[in-house]
Design a protein around this ligand. Structure first.
Ligand code: ZN
Length: 340
């Protein structure tokens, strides 16, 4: 081989090496570009604050989410105007459940009137309807001029679009601390009349110009029923009833059921125990032993006096996010889909 031939071959070999190296570099750049674009697409943390493409990526992911909307159980349950035609059964827990075979409390009884008829929330477990009817008779005999009944539950229970986190099992009822007038209220009056507060405007103490012995009798009658799990009341109501308690503890059973809580100064919230035999119904843990008239009550009174100016919790606030049907007890889907 001559020198010129050798030189040419060496040059060709060099060219080949350079091309191979360039190709490698190109491949590396291509691979990196691909990798980076994948990262951009999958993680908006890589997005440039003012970049166009990352913005588009976010839009795309939004569209993706919108295609799979959460089934909001509040809307689904509220849309059912009649109960599920199934045997009566409370399913789940007070703040996450539903009811099959609910009964409707008639809007007028001998000693009660249902308020806010437009809400269609005068439904509950047969045991709740029975409780309200009996309580209305007993309280009437004790001087209360008849019950004004607020929210019970929706025809199939479940989470409500407004107002409460509980009232889902057909075992909760709000009873106004305002006695029924001697006449039947019109539908419009039932929408627009408000329950009267029994506490003072500037303190959490009972307003003696509103609170009467008959109010006390109503709350006591409501709490003495053994089917009651809890009654939520403003702490001043419990304080009043604790003052008159039997010294030997004879009242501790029903006083224990009175639970001091935010709000509940113009209505009481009665919660019944799970009916016997309703195995899908979950009771709450019972309140601590004793009448609860000691430290627990004084702690509440202190707390509520301090917080009063900001008080805004007449019941547990409504959760902001949709309630996923999939997060509810499984049989509630059946209750929702059952024929009326
Ligand atoms: Zn309530």
């Amino acid at each position: 081989m001559n020198k010129a031939g050798e030189f040419r071959r060496a040059r060709l070999a060099k060219q080949e090496r350079t091309m191979r190296e360039n190709a490698k570099k190109l491949c590396l750049v291509a691979a990196c570009t691909f990798l980076l674009s994948t990262m951009y697409a999958s993680n908006s943390a890589f997005a440039k604050p003012d970049g166009e493409k990352p913005g588009q990526t976010v839009e795309r992911s939004r569209v993706k989410k919108a295609r799979r909307p959460v089934e909001d159980a509040r809307q689904l349950f509220a849309a059912k105007k009649l109960p599920a035609n199934l045997p009566a059964s409370a399913i789940g827990s007070y703040a996450n459940g539903c009811i099959a075979g609910a009964n409707q409390l008639p809007v007028d009884g001998p000693h009660w009137q249902v308020m806010r008829l437009s809400r269609n929330r005068n439904w509950g477990h047969p045991s709740l309807v029975d409780y309200i009817e009996k309580l209305s008779d007993r309280a009437y005999k004790d001087g209360w001029n008849g019950l004004l009944v607020g929210d019970m539950g929706m025809p199939r229970g479940g989470p409500m679009p407004g107002g409460h986190a509980s009232h889902q099992l057909g075992l909760d009822v709000d009873i106004w601390l305002t006695p029924s007038p001697d006449r039947n209220l019109t539908s419009e009056e039932r929408e627009t009349t408000s329950a009267r507060s029994v506490i003072k405007v500037d303190s959490a103490q009972l307003d003696e110009t509103v609170w009467t012995q008959n109010h006390a009798a109503l709350v006591r009658d409501a709490a003495q029923d053994p089917n009651v799990a809890r009654i939520f009341v403003t702490p001043a109501i419990k304080q009043y009833l604790c003052k008159g308690k039997d010294r030997h503890g004879a009242d501790s059973k029903w006083l224990r059921r009175l639970r001091p809580y935010w709000g509940h100064y113009n209505h009481i919230h009665v919660r019944l125990l799970c009916p016997k035999g309703d195995r899908a119904c979950h009771n709450q843990a019972p309140p601590d032993p004793g009448d609860g008239c000691g430290k627990e009550l004084s702690d509440w009174l202190r707390l509520i006096n301090r917080e009063l100016p900001n008080e805004s919790n007449p019941d547990t606030p409504e959760p902001k996010k949709p309630v996923a049907l999939s997060s509810m007890p499984k049989p509630c889907r059946k209750v929702l889909e059952a024929a009326p």
